[in-house]
Design a protein around this ligand. Structure first.
Ligand code: HEM
Length: 189
């Protein structure tokens, strides 16, 4: 069955099951408060957010510690077109992009009563998005050989990308706390 062999079908099946559950809930629940575009955007924001941050944790907790002693030849193989690393980086940076887009739409729809939790949380998220697209990705392109670079330049680029990635890992924890606190229990009014 394609849903177990092709990840695009797996995603499609998940979306259909989610819509089915939502439809059953809406039809059978007389107290239902309303399903609007904002709800869909919020859901899409969380899905893309976990895609992004899940891969961030994969890079920091799994990939980077495993590549320490690997030779240049092995690295060339690991980083080539179609490799795990390139695919992971693709989902990572586009996950960040769509999380930001959906997040900004949500932010635009907030009413004046919303507090500092979401302002600080969104600011952390935007810094993290900036790091992905303007520090991590350009430097990773040198490391994995998309952009021409000498061995020294690659090493320097790797260090910069790693620092930004570690900063994002650190910020992701308070960022997520503030995303959730903004909607459920405000720390800052
Ligand atoms: C990139 C910049 C980001 C911006 C501008 C942003 C913005 C927002 C906004 C405006 C909300 C709605 C808050 C409310 O209704 O009071 C929200 C909710 C949320 N965000 Fe983000 N966000 C960003 C990144 C992230 C990331 C990386 C994650 C990680 C998974 C995330 C997770 C969440 C969650 C879980 C909620 C729902 C909270 C709830 O309703 O319980 N956000 N975000």
């Amino acid at each position: 069955m394609k849903i177990f062999t092709d990840h695009r079908w797996t995603i499609g099946a998940g979306v259909i099951l989610a819509l089915l559950i939502a439809s059953i809930g809406i039809i059978t629940n007389s107290h239902y408060a309303g399903f609007d575009i904002d709800t869909l955007v919020r859901f899409a924001h969380i899905l893309t957010g976990i895609t992004w941050i899940g891969l961030l944790y994969y890079f920091n907790f799994v990939q980077v510690p495993s590549l320490g002693g690997v030779t240049a030849e092995t690295k060339a193989d690991i980083f080539k077109e179609g490799s795990i690393v390139r695919r992971a980086l693709w989902w990572f940076r586009w996950g960040a992009m769509f999380t930001l887009i959906f997040g900004l739409v949500l932010y635009g729809n907030l009413t004046g009563a919303d507090g500092w939790d979401i302002r600080i949380g969104a600011a952390f998220g935007i810094i993290m998005w900036f790091n992905v697209w303007f520090i991590i990705w350009p430097n990773q392109k040198k490391v994995i050989g998309i952009t021409e670079a000498t061995a020294d330049e690659k090493a320097a680029a790797g260090k910069k990308a790693l620092m930004a990635s570690r900063l994002n890992t650190l910020l992701s924890i308070p960022m997520l706390l503030l995303m959730v606190s903004s909607a459920h229990f405000r720390f800052f009014g």
